[in-house]
Write a protein that binds this ligand. Sequence first.
Ligand code: C5P
Length: 234
Amino acid sequence: MYAKPKVKTIVMKDSVPVVTIDGPGGSGKGTVTSLLASELGWHLLDSGALYRLTALAALNRGIALDDEAAVAKLAANLDVQFIAGTGILLDGEHVELAIRQEAIGLGASRIAAFPAVRAALLARQQAFAVLPGLVADGRDMGTVVFPDAPVKIFLIASAEERAKRRFLQLQGQGVNVSLERLLEDIVRRDEQDANRAVAPMIPADDAIVLDSTQLTIQEVLARVVDEMHAKGVM
Ligand code: C5P
C-alpha cells in the first residue's frame, strides 16, 4: 500500500535585511543612515543615542559615570521613546538637544567602555531589526550587534574634516564653539572608542571602509547603495 508521505510545512522566518554603518563621530554616518533609511522606508537605529541617553540619565540622577553597576542598571531600565522623525523622550521629556552636547558625547564614550552597560543595551538595539529592514548607525553594529548583517560600511574622515563639519553644524545652530576645542574632543573620543577592551570601534572583517573626507553625502550614499546591489540586498 502506498503510504501518503507526511508533509511537513517548514515556515521560514523572513530574515530582516540590516545595513550597518559604523565609524567615528562626524564621519557623516548619522546623515547617511537617516537618508538611506528614509529612502528605503526602513527602520533606523541611532545606537549612539542610547549611550548618550544613558549618560544623560545618570547625570540627571546624580549617578557617577564610573559606577559601572549603577549605570548598567540604569541602561537596562531606560524609559525612552523614539518618535518617528526627530523626537526622543527620556522619562517623558524631550532631550534631542540635551543629548547632542559635546559633554554628553564624552560621557557616553566613558560609560560605553563598560561591558555591563554594553550588555544591558544589546537586546534593546537588536530589537530594532524589524521588516522591511534596518539601517543601524554606531561603532559596533557590524562587529557585535548585527554580525550577520549582509552589508557593513565603516565610514571614516580625517579628524580635521570632522571637526570642521561639526563646527559648521553648531554655528548653523547659533552655538559658539572653538574649532580647536572641537578637534581636541574628537581626538579624545576617538582614542577612548578605538582603544577600549570591549567592542572597540574597528571595522568588521567583512566591512567596506569608505573615506568620506573628499566625498559629498550623496556620493557616500551612492557607494552604500552600490554595495547593497552588489550583495543582492535591493
Ligand atoms: O555616535 P555618537 O557620537 O552619538 O555616540 C556617542 C558615543 O557612544 C560614542 O563616542 C561611543 O563611545 C558610544 N557608542 C558606542 N557604540 C555604539 C554607538 C555609540 O560605544 N554602537
